[in-house]
Write a protein that binds this ligand. Sequence first.
Ligand code: SAM
Length: 232
Amino acid sequence: MAWQILGREAGPDGTEFVLYRFDDQFMIRAGGYELMSTRAHGSEEALARLGCEALVGAAAPQVLVGGLGLGYTLRAALDCLPAGAEVTVAELVPTILDWQRTVVGACCGWPLRDPRVTVHCGDVVELLVPETFDAILLDVDNGAEALSWGGNRDLYGDRGTATLYRALRPGGTLAVWSAEIDPPYAETLGRHGFAVRGLRVPARGDWDGVRHVVYLGRRESGMHPALAGGGT
Ligand SMILES: C[S@@+](CC[C@H](N)C(=O)[O-])C[C@H]1O[C@@H](n2cnc3c(N)ncnc32)[C@H](O)[C@@H]1O
């Protein structure tokens, strides 16, 4: 038996998103490239655990997840957050939300049904209001190299990084998934005031195979360097 196509949808710039199924496995491809699959989700879960680790003991943290994909990052965030947490998930492609609500959600316990979750169907950038979130978990692409939508290039650049910094509350954490170690991106985060750590994490949950990277940027209590007179 081969992978079967369950659905397809064009993103905002025409890039085609396709949902495949093989037995109980799912895969989303964007523009012909694999965006996310149920076969490997360890690093997407690690993104959530590491991004939320500073929130242990917080009563009502505000967390932003961008984007949804197959839902593993959202699931892992919900599993480690308290009952009073509010989690907003931003997903650019409406059909990915439909797939999650109908067939795909079963692979990670239907996270959109959790009462702590609010869905935003649109660009995650639209939610980046100053001093709103205690943690932002960003996995909209392969990292600083845009893949699913050209608009994401800005998000990983100077303008987007400054906006992400301001959207965090002081002490908040930005966690960004990356396929590989990316020194220029780490440098961008540091230049915008983040205290940066890059951690290699296993793609599938064991340490023997492929590893991906989670960049953690902590917003120290100060204001963005541009406002503090440090320049960007
Ligand atoms: C790599 S997948 C995310 C995988 C996810 N971490 C998981 O656990 O399954 C990237 C997702 O982000 C969405 N996306 C891409 N750009 C976006 C944006 N600017 N705002 C919101 N969602 C976006 C894509 O449609 C896709 O669903």
